[in-house]
Design a binder for this molecule. Structure first.
Ligand code: NDP
Length: 503
């Protein structure tokens, strides 16, 4: 793979269209920044409407190209297996690229990259298992069946927090079925998707089956989601952008899959092992410096252990090591964008103005090694209420607000008091109570005595303003295929069209 961290340094990266890297029509490039220093480290092509049009046309051509359209399901599966193997071989390089681009921990990115090949393999295995149905229609000489087929060109827009992992859950099934794809990664973390494009060529996918257009969301992303050649949009990002994209999709009458933000409740009952629950809450909010859609950012603790829990949570939080993401002993790296850092600071300040108290953290770290980087201390806020801005809006940073509760009913009402419905967690030894929570909480995922444990084999997605559509599991194959009903009359006759027979 040419696109290693070293090869990218001070380089210019082009668009990937029709199986080749091409310069943008405008000749414009924009910098991508290293979050540990705030300095640019490479430039990516800024696609405009002409480039987007070229990418969509290339995907349309590839969709009907016999090299792809007439490829057998088994052969499509083999291509995905080959890609899985290449991703595995290059997992550490891909991880290093993502860490450099978005500042997430190298150890976490490595784990993600090494898990990804299994997901490609899982969907590769589904390529030849997508079945249609035969429908009995009360006509003895008639065969009525549903064909499941690819839908066409799918646009995929990904965020910067885990670009390749979030892409995999939709790209792999999409290709397994025979669709073609145009990907628009975030301008803040495009490098790993461009590197994946090289692996897609090496795996042997026909040109144009996968295209990558980089650039700004407001221009490149907007042009892609408005393009009339797109059959479906898969979007992962903020609720505000999702709403806008859904309007573009509506204008073209095409479906979308929306994986949006969250403000997930994380509940702790008094009957738990304190240490485990604290570890769960810490992992739920501070992993990836809180830049995770499922972050457990609202913590509800049973009142009779509240003080002890806060004490233990603060003590554990103080021991978190904020540092350079490439160091193996770092627990939390920087935020990915300087705007993200300002956003986190302003939400913490507004929380304090609205009456919350900073129990630990709440500021940039003082250490001289971290100067210039976009770091923020892991922060616990007490005296929080759901109506405070930092508790109702998604911050996407390392900030958790804690609220005590006295009864299960009160806790359920507090947990569901949000526009979002992505994830949730509960710590208790009482299985009845845990299962009641699973029933009553408005969230697409419920974790019981764990948090952030997810799999490409199960359905992931949100309710309410966290979006719609699911990724993962076999059902995702329905999302990327369409049903065509075929009716065959094999009676060898055709009735007089004006004779209506009553049954
Ligand atoms: P944004 O919504 O700002 O951006 C997401 C993607 O959309 C980026 O590629 C961005 O491009 C692009 N984009 C921005 N504006 C437009 C537009 N008008 N038309 C088309 N595309 C556009 O989200 P963030 O990048 O800030 O990502 C964080 C958000 O993503 C959080 O809300 C988080 O919860 C959510 N998320 C959800 C996940 C889930 O599975 N539910 C998983 C991960 C994140 P560019 O960056 O170049 O502007």
């Amino acid at each position: 793979m040419k696109t290693t961290v070293k090869a990218l340094e001070n380089s210019r990266q082009n668009l990937f269209i029709g199986g080749a890297f091409v310069a943008p029509a405008s000749g414009n490039y924009i910098p991508s920044f290293d979050p540990t220093t705030g300095e640019p480290w490479y430039e990516l092509a800024e696609a405009d409407a002409a480039d987007i049009d070229a990418a969509v046309r290339s995907a349309q051509t590839a969709f009907v190209n016999p090299a792809w359209r007439r490829m057998t399901q088994t052969d499509r599966g083999k291509l995905l297996q080959r890609l899985a193997q290449l991703v595995l071989e290059h997992a550490d390089e891909l991880a290093a690229i993502e860490t450099r681009d978005n500042g997430k921990l190298i150890k976490e990115m490595r784990a993600q990259m090494r898990a990804m090949p299994d997901a490609y393999g899982y969907f590769a295995g589904m390529a030849d298992k997508l079945l249609g149905d035969t429908i009995p229609v009360n006509k003895l000489d008639m065969l009525n069946f549903n064909l499941r087929e690819a839908i066409g060109v799918v646009a995929m827009i990904t965020p910067w927090n885990s670009p390749l992992m979030l892409l995999t859950g939709t790209l792999a099934p999409c290709l397994a079925i025979g669709n073609t794809v145009v990907i628009k990664p975030s301008e803040h973390a495009s490098a790993s998707t461009l590197a994946l494009a090289e692996l897609i060529v090496a795996a042997g996918f026909p040109p144009g089956v996968v295209n990558v257009v980089t650039g700004n969301g407001d221009s490149a992303g907007e042009a892609l989601t408005r393009h009339s050649g797109i059959a479906k949009i898969v979007f992962t990002g903020s609720t505000a952008t999702g709403r806008r994209i859904a309007q573009n999709a509506a204008a073209n009458l095409i479906p979308c899959q929306m994986e949006l933000g969250g403000k997930s409740p994380h509940v702790v009952f008094a009957d738990v092992e304190m240490e485990h629950a604290v570890n769960g809450v810490v992992s739920g909010i501070f992993a990836a410096a809180g830049q995770s859609c499922v972050a457990g950012s609202r913590c509800f603790v049973e009142a009779r252990i509240y003080d002890r829990f806060i004490e233990a949570l603060v003590e554990r939080t103080r021991r978190i090591r904020v540092g350079h993401p490439m160091q193996e002993d770092t627990d939390i790296g920087p935020l990915a964008l300087s705007a993200q850092l300002s956003k986190v600071e302003s939400y913490v300040a507004s929380g304090v103005r609205q009456g919350a108290r900073i129990a630990v953290g709440g500021k940039r770290p003082q250490s001289s090694d971290l100067t210039g980087g976009w770091y923020f201390e892991p922060t616990v806020m007490t005296d929080a209420r759901n109506d405070m801005d930092f508790m109702s809006d998604e911050i996407f940073g390392p900030v958790v607000g804690v609220i005590p509760f006295s009864s299960e009913e009160e806790m359920t009402a507090l947990a569901n008091d949000t526009h979002y419905g992505l994830a949730s967690g509960i710590w208790t030894k009482d299985i009845d109570r845990a299962l009641r929570f699973a029933r009553n909480v408005d969230a697409g995922t419920v974790w019981i005595n764990t948090y952030r444990a997810s799999s490409f084999m199960s359905a992931n997605g949100g309710f309410k303003e966290s979006g719609y559509g699911r990724r993962g599991g076999f059902d995702v194959m329905q999302e990327f295929s369409r049903v065509k009903n075929v009716v065959v009359d094999y009676s060898g006759t055709m009735q007089d069209p004006f004779v209506i027979r009553l049954r």
